[in-house]
Ligand binder design. Structure first.
Ligand code: NAD
Length: 347
């Protein structure tokens, strides 16, 4: 395992490796950039096939956090942490405390929150030993501002792909009716959109059919239905070279992280002139509310900071700016977004 030889290494500022033999904790914290402020990024707790895989994940995800926060206009940098192992077997209050003490040792260069394999209760536990943690039960549920931001983003996508900013009558194929997907469905339905839905949880589908007059389709078909916009709100990797030929939508835009399975999948979308909203731009509502919410704590007010609502609404204009840049330089939106983010962080 060599940091400098990893294909994901991108001049990361700091990489910390922590072990606590008593609890079995093995963790890596990667800080990609603090150019715009202290790094922020979640902690992922999962099994990796090797330590190198875990390192690569931390390096890749921390870079993505730099891009996400920069493009969201937040005064923070990018970092990410991974804890290696099966959370169901390894997680204990003692391990979380040991982890929290390590986070505390990094000090004000990095703050963490929830990600895959971690819960709000875990964040509460970590917060017992360090103040550098968000996403605790004292904060708001990030899925609400995330859904709000996705809907602002969808309006921009609708404008660019269909030439209208009215949801009325537009057809959206929604994959995943979880915390974010349900919030998106509620908002689209309230504005007159027509919904086609799929979820592996049958009960969510039944509820959506009743609540939103939605049409249900099998999970394997949702990406391929006839609709205006395909809205992935479940898994990563749903846009691949195998699925792009099936798409009938004019655009793909949703909350799911890492929707593009590969760079080639993004190129295949662009080739078919299907508009793509980079996921880390459209799904930034949660981090915007986490960071600006914390900044609004007593004694930390920023005089000219936008209100939370304005900051989330800005996802609409930000996406239009990315689409303009993509058109101007004849590149796919995800390439335009990455270029813009790298320029903002001086890379
Ligand atoms: P969630 O777990 O609440 O919901 C995911 C839903 O997708 C579940 O209902 C699940 O049953 C369904 N699902 C799983 N596999 C599926 C499949 N093959 N086909 C159809 N449905 C399937 O998660 P969430 O918090 O709503 O997040 C959804 C996505 O958005 C994730 O990719 C997440 O990383 C991303 N995201 C979430 C937030 C947030 O604030 N929660 C912020 C940014 C990005």
């Amino acid at each position: 395992m060599s940091v400098w030889e990893s294909a994901e290494f991108d001049g990361h500022e700091q990489v910390c490796v922590f072990t606590d033999e008593k609890t079995g904790l093995k963790a890596i914290v990667a800080i990609h950039s603090t150019a715009l402020g202290p790094a922020a990024g979640g902690t992922r707790f999962k099994v990796y096939s090797s330590d190198s895989d875990a390192l690569d994940d931390a390096l890749r995800l921390s870079r993505a956090m730099s891009y996400k926060s920069a493009l969201a206009g937040l005064p923070v940098g990018g970092g990410k942490a991974v804890i290696i192992g099966d959370p169901h077997q390894l997680k204990s209050p003692e391990l979380l405390h040991a982890y929290g003490r390590f986070i505390d040792r990094i000090g004000n260069h990095f703050a963490t929150g929830e990600d895959v394999g971690m819960t709000v209760a875990d964040m509460d536990r970590i917060a017992e030993v360090t103040k550098y943690v968000g996403g605790t039960s004292k904060g708001i549920d990030p899925s609400i501002p995330t859904a709000e931001g996705v809907v602002h983003g969808l309006r921009a996508v609708l404008k660019r792909a269909l030439g209208t900013d009215s949801f009325a009558g537009a057809q959206f194929a929604l994959q995943g009716l979880g915390a974010v997907g349900w919030g998106v469905a509620e908002r689209l339905h309230a504005q007159g959109a027509r919904l086609i839905v799929a979820d592996v949880r049958e009960e969510r589908v039944k509820l959506a059919v009743a609540a939103f007059d939605a049409r249900a389709v099998p999970c394997n078909d949702i990406h391929a239905v006839d609709c205006d916009i395909f809205v992935p709100c479940a898994l990563g990797g749903v846009i691949s070279e195998a699925t792009v030929p099936d798409l009938k939508a004019k655009a793909v835009a949703g909350s799911a992280n890492n929707q593009l399975a590969s760079a080639e999948a993004g190129a295949a979308l662009a080739e078919r002139k299907i508009l793509f909203a980079p996921d880390y731009v459209i799904n930034a509502g949660g981090i915007i509310s986490g960071i600006l919410g914390a900044a609004a704590l007593p004694g930390r007010e920023t005089p000219h900071a936008p209100s939370l609502d304005q900051a989330i609404e800005a996802i609409h204009d930000r996406l239009l700016g990315i689409f303009d840049h993509a058109d101007a330089y004849n590149v796919a939106p995800e390439i335009a977004a990455e270029r813009m983010a790298r320029e903002m962080i001086g890379r």
